[in-house]
Structure formats: structure tokens, C-alpha cells
Design a protein around this ligand. Structure first.
Ligand code: ADP
Length: 595
């Protein structure tokens, strides 16, 4: 499918033509910018041709109208599909949307959330629908990737009435963060669902994203693209008290302040230029303002890297992208210097001149650095082309996969049990975070004792619960010599008790179960996967001759749950899988609900 992609801003128009098949190939790249007095600059690249110059287009509308002629000039046929980058999809658009009239209206309704960006995107959409009425068009939103952010990351601590009016954090650059996280995962050879990645996009706009096992967990931009990092002309983080201060001291209106925060702040506000190349040159020549601007820029970015590693409870990889992230070795170094405490160290030679040609994603960390550091060009247009084709094929990703985790035998303890096993008031020591937010494995272990035998070194999962529950496999039940039913976690009535043995005493558990296989998921992923809380579905797990279908897998939707299927060790052995694998939902599953 030949796809024409538009990224229309308020002062520039970037576009590209892509062939989307099993892989996606860029065949043409173009831009119109610096609109002034009836003219603008253009650049067109196609194969070996690289044309630059000025054209007599006074506005972006005129430039768009000229595109069919440009494509013809380079021998490119009319597109089969058109993809548009749209800045703000609010909480409405969790995925790309085919641009029917009703969708255009919904995007218009979201303009108050992105008054500088959405109207420019909409203008291009309307013109393209008029120019290519028979070509299907798709909107791909900068915000969609971040709609998996948990509520505690997206909620501002402000009065309820403001929140009800729609004030919340969204995050932008989603297409870029998603693409570079995928590239980093490809390079490590691990599934994205195994990795904790901090993605640092440093262009004219700049943001950091915590990509926690494939899902955006947090990002530095907020309800608008103003929050977070220092940018070319945008301030990034600022004490909201500044509004009152500026109104009183300088008699500025909200509109004055907002305009200055968008257009006259950031690098431009600090050093008079929004262009990092200029600033680096001036800093090297001894300009104190430029030197301070660089220090502030790097410091803010480094703080976010540390914060997001902490938010995810770990970091496997850091990825740099965007004009500054890709090209400024000194900025990458300033951001990474001092992060050795969290296992991240650069190799200074590799950092000096990474070769990014052919969409390479070279690693620039030092030998022995636990955290991998990547540099790669972002490819938002390529991702938009891919997602446009997927939306039109109505097969989002062809197969929906879910990470599968294998649960070993473990217990959940009540306060009373912890007192009996370890001593009154004993606090368990969290040793390893689990993927489900707020859950952990404790350093302490216990023994389970049955009429036939003992299971030693059994894990304790925290935090404490109301009732003490032990979860074992069917094989384990024969070791203990107890007949144990398959049950959903927490449904302990009528299940046997087992003696739990700790260093300070014993405790008879409230229940002992073989845990029913289940999928944890959150409302966003459940909607995407077409799942409902309490539903029983079939899931394929494993490859090759031991691939099995796990029938009647229970779906459990929780507000902040990480999407993951849990099976026990017997089930994992039956499917021939190790500690982690992927499951595929059997298509067309019947909506059976648990009894
Ligand atoms: P946009 O967000 O508009 O796509 P880019 O990703 O092109 O922006 O990034 C533009 C920024 O990248 C500018 O600040 C520019 O100075 C900076 N940049 C480009 N090349 C270099 C370089 N070699 N060294 C330092 N900064 C660079």
C-alpha cells in the first residue's frame, strides 16, 4: 500500500510517501517551511535526488495544494491511503481512527486541549479530503500511546471540578516513543514486554517517556506539550505559582504568559536561540548564557531519566532520539554522566559518532554497563504509515499477544499470620517488585507442611492481605498429600488449610488452592483486546509440538493492572515454556462469564 503521510504544524509542513508491505519503506520525503511574504522554503528527497529551494506558496494550504504536482514530478502515483499526525486525541482515541465526518468533528471538539496543534492538523485533513476525496484517510494521535498511563500518573492534584472539566495529564510524542522503544527491543533481541525503557526525545519539542514492559507508564508532557523538559521555545516544568507572580509583578494576562511559555521560553528564553547547534557553538566560544542554557537543559533531562527509572522500579535501556538526541554527543554525555550509580555508563568513543544510517540503533554504553544506551533516528512518519495501513486493514496488530508469567508456589499472609510466623509486628522485606503495580516478593521464605510431606523455601508475596492463602501446583499437592481444588485467588471457602511454618511459629492458612489460570488487565487494554471482567477465554501458549490451548482462562480487570497471563509451573511445563512467553487469544472466543 502506497501511503502519503502528513505532519502539518502551524509553521511547517512535513510529508512523506511510504510503501507499506511486510516492511515499510520510505520512497519520498518532503517539507515546506519558513513561510514569509508570499514564499517558503522546500526540500524534496526521492532516491538519490535531493532538491532544495524556495517556492511561491504563501501558506501551508497553498503548499498542500501543490503536493499532487510534486508527486507527479517525481513519478509517484496517487496514494492508496493518507495518514495524518494529529497532536491530541484526548482520552477518546486509544488507536488510529479512519477519518469519517464524525471523527473529524470529534477531533475538532478536542481543539481546546491543543489550540496550537489540532487546528493545524485539521486544516490539513480537510484540504486532503477535498484534494483526494476517494482516498481513505486515517488520523494517528500523539497521545494514544500514553493512554495506558495509570491514573496516579495522569491526575493533577487540583480541585475535583477542574478534573471533571477535563484537566489531566496526557503526554505527546507517543508515536516516536513507541517506535524507538520497539527499535531498542529489536536490538536487544528481547520482547518489549520484558524491558523497562526510558525514551528521551530531544527535538524542538522534547519529552521523556517511561515505557514499562511495552506500555507507556508516564511521560513528561502534560495536558499540553508545555510540561516537562526544557525545549526549543517552550519552558517545560514551571511552578504554577508563576502565573500569580507574573500577573502581579508584570501585569501580564494569562494569554501573554501562555504565549511567552510556548514561544519565547526554553532555549530561546535562556540564550536567545532555539537552535541547539547555535547554543553549543556559542557555549564553546565562552558565552555564559549559552553555557547555562546547556546545563539547565541536561540537568532537567537527567532528573527525568532518574525519576522514570524509579517510577518503573528499574531500567534496562535508555534511548536517545530527536535532532538533539541523535546529533549532540555532548548533550547525551551530559545527561548520562553521573548515572553510574544506577548501572548506566557511556562509552565515550561510541557516543562520539554513532552511525545512524539505514535506521540503525547503535548501542553506546560502556562495556559492563548494566543499562544499554541506544541512539536512533525517530521515524514518526514511518510509524504513521504503518498504523494507517493497519487501521485500514481493520486488523490492528494481526494477533493480539499477552505476556505470560509463570507463578511458582507462594503464599499471601495476613497480619495475624506474619505475627505468628515471624514475631509480633514483623515487617516483611520487599526484595523484588512484581509486574503488578505495588506487589512484591519478600526476602523471607516459609515452609508448607502437609500430612505426607513438606514444601520448603516457599515465596511470600506482599503486601499483606486480609486472609492467608497458599497457592501451589497440582504436583505440589501430591507432595503435601492434600487434595487441593482449582480456585480463583481469594475464593477460599471450602478449600483445605495447610500449616505454614516460619522461624517464630506456625499458622494454619485460611485456604490452599491451585490458582485458576487468569489474565490481569486494565480497562484500556481490555477495551483494545475486546475482553470483559469475569470472562473465560481460550489462549494459545507455547510454540511447536508442545503448544497448548489454555481453555477457560479467567479475565480480571483492575484499574492499574499490568496486562499479563498467569499460569502455574505444571501448566508451563505442559506448554514447554520457560519463565516468560507470549499467549495469543483464540479468535472469536465466546463470552462465557465465570459462575
Ligand atoms: P522537530 O522537533 O522540529 O522535529 P528536530 O528533531 O529536527 O526538531 O530537532 C531540532 C533540534 O536539533 C534543534 O535544536 C537543532 O539545533 C538540533 N540539532 C540538529 N543537529 C544538531 C547537532 N549536530 N548538534 C546539536 N544539535 C543539533
Amino acid at each position: 500500500m502506497r501511503t502519503l503521510v502528513f505532519n502539518a504544524g502551524s509553521s511547517s509542513l512535513k510529508f512523506g510517501v511510504f510503501d507499506v508491505a511486510s516492511d515499510t519503506r520510505e520512497v519520498f520525503k518532503g517539507s515546506f517551511e519558513r513561510f514569509r511574504e508570499g514564499m517558503c522554503d522546500f526540500r524534496f528527497r526521492c532516491g538519490k535526488a535531493d532538491q532544495r529551494g524556495s517556492a511561491s506558496h504563501a501558506s501551508i494550504d497553498e503548499a498542500i495544494a501543490a503536493i499532487p504536482g510534486v508527486l507527479k514530478q517525481f513519478g509517484l502515483a496517487a496514494p492508496d491511503a493518507i495518514g495524518h499526525r494529529v497532536a491530541h486525541g484526548g482520552s477518546t482515541f486509544i488507536a488510529p481512527a479512519i477519518l469519517e465526518d464524525a471523527i473529524v468533528v470529534k477531533i475538532e471538539d478536542l481543539s481546546p486541549l491543543a489550540p496550537l496543534h489540532n487546528p493545524a492538523n485539521l486544516e490539513a485533513i480537510k484540504l486532503c479530503r477535498a484534494l483526494w476525496p476517494a482516498v481513505p484517510q486515517v488520523a494517528v494521535f500523539d497521545t494514544s500511546f500514553h493512554l495506558t498511563n495509570p491514573t496516579f500518573a495522569t491526575t493533577y492534584a487540583v480541585p475535583e471540578a477542574w478534573r471533571r472539566a477535563g484537566l489531566r495529564r496526557y503526554g505527546f510524542h507517543g508515536t516516536s516513543h513507541k517506535y524507538v522503544a520497539l527499535r531498542a527491543a529489536e536490538e536487544t533481541g528481547q520482547p518489549l514486554s520484558n524491558l523497562q525503557i526510558v525514551s528521551v526525545h530531544l527535538g524542538n519539542g522534547a519529552s521523556v517517556c517511561a515505557v514499562n514492559r511495552g506500555r507507556s507508564m508516564d511521560s513528561s508532557m502534560g495536558i499540553t506539550p508545555l510540561e516537562g523538559l526544557v525545549m526549543g521555545t517552550r519552558s517545560g516544568d514551571l511552578d504554577p505559582g508563576a502565573f500569580g507572580f507574573l500577573a502581579r509583578q508584570l501585569s501580564l494576562s494569562v494569554a501573554d504568559i501562555e504565549t511567552a511559555l510556548y514561544n519565547d521560553s526554553g532555549l530561546k528564553g535562556l540564550a536567545g536561540s532555539s537552535d541547539m547547534r547555535d547554543i553549543e557553538d556559542r557555549a564553546a566560544a565562552g558565552d555564559a548564557q549559552a553555557q547555562l542554557a546547556i546545563e539547565i537543559y541536561a540537568y532537567r533531562a537527567r532528573k527525568y531519566v532518574g525519576a522514570y527509572a524509579a517510577a518503573m522500579g528499574g531500567i534496562d535501556a535508555l534511548v536517545f532520539t530527536g535532532g538533539i538526541g541523535e546529533n549532540s554527543a555532548s548533550m547525551r554525555r551530559r545527561i548520562c554522566d553521573g548515572l553510574a550509580f544506577m548501572g548506566l555508563q557511556l562509552d565515550l568513543d561510541r557516543n562520539a559518532a554513532p552511525d545512524l544510517s539505514g535506521r540503525a540503533a547503535p548501542q553506546i554504553q560502556a562495556y559492563g554497563s548494566r543499562v544499554c544506551v541506544f541512539v536512533t533516528e525517530t521515524a514518526e512518519q514511518l510509524m504513521i504509515a504503518r498504523e494507517t495501513a493497519q487501521a485500514l486493514a481493520r486488523v490492528a496488530p494481526a494477533v493480539e499477544t499477552i505476556p505470560v508469567a509463570v507463578s511458582g508456589r507462594h503464599v499471601h499472609l495476613s497480619r495475624e499470620a506474619a505475627d505468628a510466623l515471624f514475631g509480633k509486628g514483623y515487617e516483611l522485606t520487599p526484595a523484588k517488585p512484581l509486574r503488578q503495580p505495588g506487589h512484591w516478593a519478600a526476602r523471607e521464605r516459609v515452609t508448607l507442611e502437609g500430612p505426607k510431606g513438606r514444601l520448603e523455601n516457599v515465596a511470600i508475596l506482599g503486601p499483606l492481605r486480609m486472609r492467608t492463602q497458599a497457592e501451589i501446583s497440582r504436583t505440589d499437592s501430591f507432595v503435601l498429600g492434600i487434595d487441593v481444588p482449582v480456585r480463583e485467588s481469594g475464593k477460599l471457602d471450602g478449600t483445605p488449610s495447610v500449616t505454614v511454618v516460619g522461624p517464630a511459629g506456625t499458622f494454619a492458612s485460611d485456604g490452599l488452592i491451585v490458582s485458576a489460570r487468569h489474565i490481569h488487565t486494565n480497562p484500556h487494554d481490555a477495551a483494545r483486546l475486546g475482553l470483559t471482567d469475569g470472562e473465560l477465554i481460550d489462549v494459545y501458549v507455547g510454540d511447536g509440538p508442545r503448544r497448548v490451548t489454555f481453555a477457560q482462562t479467567l479475565v480480571r480487570v483492575g484499574e492499574t493492572s499490568f496486562t499479563e497471563m498467569h499460569i502455574d509451573t505444571d501448566e508451563a511445563n505442559a506448554a514447554g515454556i520457560g519463565a516468560c512467553a507470549e499467549g495469543e487469544i483464540v479468535p472469536g472466543h465466546a463470552a462465557t462469564l465465570r459462575s
